[in-house]
Design a protein around this ligand. Structure first.
Ligand code: S3P
Length: 173
């Protein structure tokens, strides 16, 4: 296998970064790291509370600070927040640390998977129609940024974790 320094997962909320990422880490015997969780342990706050109390801009600053430190990691599967691609400096920092794998999903897949929408501040709409409209809007805004940042693109609309993990690893054979 021709594995990179780290495998870095990018893509929209609920595209499978966490579930598939854990699976890839398990197969490789690598550690799984989640940038949102690093932010939460550093700030001692939940992401949703950072959005609520400090606003999105503050969250994006924490996110960029952590992104810069990722280059120091080795042999990790690293999950990023769906908005990491919004700042070119984040993508630049991540590119120095490994290969970026984009998980691509349809808006309907996101809606189907986002059951606890209250933990995702950007999708916190009780009305599913409003939630879908927001998913469509954000996906449209971000689509090109995801594609332009990715080294590898994997379709993860299918919920089968093992298959999706193996699809990723096949890229490094
Ligand atoms: C965000 C995605 C979330 C989290 C934050 C913002 C986004 O992460 O970073 O709520 O802007 O898409 P997940 O992609 O893990 O849900």
């Amino acid at each position: 296998m021709n594995l990179p320094q780290n495998i870095i997962l990018i893509g929209f909320m609920a595209c499978g970064k966490s579930a598939i990422g854990h699976k890839i880490a398990e197969i490789l015997g690598w550690e799984y790291v989640d940038i949102d969780m690093l932010i939460e342990s550093q700030t001692k706050k939940k992401v949703k509370d950072i959005f609520l109390e400090e606003g999105e801009k503050a969250f994006r600053t924490y996110e960029s600070e952590i992104a810069k430190t990722i280059v120091n990691l080795n042999n990790k599967v690293i999950s990023t927040g769906g908005g990491i691609v919004l700042k070119p400096e984040n993508v630049e920092a991540l590119k120095k640390a490994g290969k970026l794998v984009l998980f691509q999903v349809e808006p309907e897949t996101v809606l189907r998977r986002v059951k606890d929408y209250t933990t995702r501040p950007l999708l916190n709409y009780p009305d599913p129609e409003k939630r879908l409209a927001m998913i469509n809007k954000l996906l449209a805004e971000r689509e090109n940024k995801y594609k332009n940042s990715a080294d590898i693109v994997i379709d993860t609309n299918d919920d089968h974790l093992d298959n999706n993990a193996r699809k990723v690893l096949k890229e490094f054979e």
